[in-house]
Design a protein. Structure first.
Length: 219
């Protein structure tokens, strides 16, 4: 899918606000496509930019809650594999439709799952919406395995590029899965570490945006 790819396997469990801020900081500074895997300091729930906090609280129970900058429904985190993909605006793939990019990324996940003994297929159409829970409502090109949705995502475009935030709800994926996915996306990928400058920018975004009550409760 990509001719070059930077991969960040962020081993540090982080707060929900910092995880969202790091994705935005990477989007701001990206010069080539990025794949980031990340972890949560405690079980959490994220919900889409246009979602309602009261609905997220109903499902969160004692989990931490964060509003995403991308859209979509309510997603539980902790046992899932959470990742993001960033495509800079200058990249050739940025002009493709969101659905085409969504389908290509999920097909790459499908291939990586298959290499690890897990069969899945892309949904051909959307199912009727039954709740605000993202994984109760498959949409076109989501990944379905054993009759249930196991991978979903949401997009947001800006002048800087496209941010794709996704979750794979398949506990205990082999560690090699992340390497396999990166290789399928780009044969020659580069492992990177988060710079201090990037972490500082993300910290500023936590203070001014993602960590504020106004961001969380805007709807």
């Amino acid at each position: 899918m990509f001719d070059q790819l930077e991969v960040y396997d962020d081993a540090a469990p982080r707060s929900p606000a910092l995880n969202m801020a790091l994705d935005e900081a990477l989007l701001e500074s990206a010069v080539s496509p990025i794949l980031r895997f990340y972890r949560w300091r405690r079980p959490a729930v994220s919900f889409g930019y246009f979602g309602f906090l009261v609905e997220a609280k109903d499902q969160a129970r004692d989990r931490e809650i964060i509003r995403r900058w991308t859209g979509g429904g309510i997603v539980p985190h902790g046992k899932d594999l959470t990742y993001s993909v960033i495509i800079p605006a200058a990249h050739l793939l940025f002009v493709r439709s969101s659905l085409a990019i969504y389908a290509d990324l999920h097909d790459a996940i499908r291939q990586a799952l298959r290499e690890n003994g897990i069969e899945a297929a892309l949904a051909s159409s959307a199912a009727p919406k039954i709740s605000g829970d993202c994984f109760a409502n498959p949409v076109r090109a989501d990944l379905i395995s054993d009759g249930r949705k196991i991978a979903g995502a949401a997009h947001r475009r800006s002048r800087a590029g496209l941010l794709h935030q996704g979750s794979i709800q398949r506990p205990s994926l082999p560690e090699r899965f992340k390497h396999d996915l990166a290789r399928i996306l780009c044969a020659q990928f580069e492992i990177r570490s988060l710079s201090q400058t990037l972490l500082e920018r993300a910290g500023n975004l936590v203070e001014s945006k993602y960590g504020t009550a106004g961001w969380l409760a805007r709807r």
